[in-house]
Every structure is written in C-alpha cells, then in structure tokens.
Design a protein around this ligand. Structure first.
Ligand code: GLY
Length: 314
C-alpha cells in the first residue's frame, strides 16, 4: 500500500490527472484570495475550453449519433448548495451553467432542452462543441468495429461501441474532477465531462449526479469520480466516501471501502472507476479499481502540480 502524502496547509487543489491546466488557474485565483467555489468553477472551465481534452467540454467525444452532450456539477461545502446540468447540447462551459442553476433557480439539476433554454436565458452563446479531431476519433471507432450508423437499432450499436474489447481498448470514459480548499478553509468540488464516448443520446453519467460523481461538505471532506459513471451511480460513490468520513473512518479506509463496494459490481475489462478525495485538514488521496492510475495535487507551497499514485485494493 502507498504511504499517504502528508496533509497540505492553506489553499489546496486535488484533481484527476487531466486537471493540470485547471489546477494552475485555480491556484492562481486561490493565491489572490479567491473562494474555493470560484476556483473549482474556473478549473473546470479551463479544462472544458481545452480542445485537446477529449473527455470534457469542447472537443469531447460525441455520443453514438455524433452529438456532444455535456454534464457538469458544482458543490459548495459551506452550505451544501449544488448546481448541475446534464445532456447540454449546443452550448459550452457546462460548469458555468451549473453555477447559474445553483444561483438563479430553486432547483439543483437541469437536463437537455431545459438546460439549453436556460443557457440562452442566461446569455450563453450557442457553440458547436464538436471538433474535427474528436469527430475523426468518433468515426474511427465505427471503422475499427466495422459498424455503420443505421445498420442496426441504436441500442445494439451503443452496446458494441461502448464496450471495450480488451483491457487496452480505449473507450473514452474520462471526466475532470477538482476538489478545492481555499484560504478560509472552505471546500468546493467541480466535475465536468462530455460523458462516455459513443453513449446513447440522453445517457447521463455520474458527473452531474450529486452523491454519485461529486460530493462536498466542509465538515467532513470532498470526493469526486472519473471513469465509467454507471459504476459510481450504482453504489453512490462520492457521497459514500464522505459519509464514511463522517462516521469516523480515516480517508484511506473510506476510499478503500468505496473500492470494495465497486468491486461487487460485475467487472468489464477496460472499464474502471477512479476517486479523488480530501479532508478539511488537507489530507488527500486517490483510489482506483484498476492499477496504474494517478491523481494530481497542488498546494500553495508548491511551484507545480504533482502526480501521485491512486490506491487500489490489491
Ligand atoms: N464519469 C463520466 C461519465 O461516466 O459520464
């Protein structure tokens, strides 16, 4: 088992491995006295805007019909306020829209056409989220599998397109997570994704579902997930981890207990679930159902974000 990293003092950003650019932006804001909530939103936004990141925001791998549908959520550890959106099409920066849901509506989650309508009402400009490299990758998988749109009912195509053929078969199932503690000791968490590549239109993963892919409470800690969202939804991973902390487990025990719950699900080669977590006193850790995965952390005393291995059960 890995030796836990000592707790960080002051501002802290913990993220999935693809969160480097977002973490840099978040820490700059935190060093200027910004809030954890603003930093978590900004970090997600920076990742969403990166066309090279094919699992989040602009340039995400489309669903089975070639449409990009975005999911995101934001949670404020001070008061458990939440904003989330799912299946957003034709608009970018789902995390900013999630923040607007938190602040402008008596709701926590908007989906599909309602979310798009709300984006327009909030003054968001419509923007096609598809890029040529993402569409090339999307087409490439049809070619690899010898499949064509329209040759079979969509559910059968989705079954083939989204099921890895073997351990190394890459079916984009990523997301970005940011857990943030600010100089006041407040926590916030942000999660954003374009979801599982080649998903069935309207499929929603764990990222916008508070309790599954995202949870944050100033009193106990924060947790967020990347990977095959259906797994985290089925065992309520993010909320479970924070609840285990509340019930007195330490961070490592809480994360490993989440992995044990995930282990009970049927295992599909190439599918995995990752968790990042932090406590209010600055302990942090990453966990994964598969070996070789890493997470990122960055505190105010560091010059650069660093990567650390995620713990596994074996
Ligand atoms: N974890 C991202 C998703 O499953 O949509």
């Amino acid at each position: 088992m890995e030796i836990p990293i000592p707790p960080s003092k002051g501002p802290l950003v913990v993220a999935s491995e693809n969160g480097r650019r977002g973490a840099l932006a978040a820490m700059e804001l935190l060093r200027r006295g910004g809030s954890a909530l603003d930093a978590a939103e900004l970090a997600c936004q920076v990742t969403e805007d990166d066309p090279q990141e094919h699992t989040v925001g602009y340039g995400g791998i489309p669903n089975a019909l070639g449409q990009v549908q975005l999911d995101a959520s934001l949670m404020d550890g001070r008061d458990l306020r939440v904003g989330a959106v799912a299946g957003v099409e034709g608009y970018g920066n789902a995390i900013r829209l999630a923040r607007k849901v938190m602040e402008e509506l008596p709701h926590v989650l908007l989906v599909g056409s309602g979310a798009a309508r709300f984006a327009a009402e909030m003054g968001f400009r419509p923007q096609d989220q598809r890029t040529l490299p993402a569409l090339d990758r999307w087409r490439q998988r049809f070619d690899e599998l010898g499949l064509h749109l329209g040759e079979a009912e969509l559910r059968h195509l989705v079954q083939r397109l989204t099921t890895p053929l073997h351990l190394e078969d890459r079916v984009e199932q990523g997301t970005v997570n940011f857990l943030v503690r600010d100089g006041q000791g407040n926590l916030a968490s942000g999660v954003s994704t374009s979801g599982l590549g080649w998903k069935y239109p309207g499929r929603v993963g764990d990222s916008p579902l508070i309790g599954a892919g995202n949870y944050c409470d100033n009193r106990y800690g924060a947790a967020a997930c990347t990977g095959m969202g259906e797994m985290a939804i089925r065992v309520s991973t993010a909320r479970s981890l924070v609840l285990y902390l509340k019930m007195g487990m330490d961070l490592i025990a809480a994360g490993l207990e989440c992995l044990r719950e995930l282990e009970r699900l049927e295992q599909v080669p190439g599918r995995y679930m990752n968790i990042v977590a932090m406590t209010p006193d600055g302990h942090h850790a990453g966990f994964s159902t598969v070996s070789g995965k890493r997470y990122l952390y960055f505190d105010a005393e560091m010059e650069e974000p660093a990567l650390a291995p995620r713990m596994t059960l074996v």
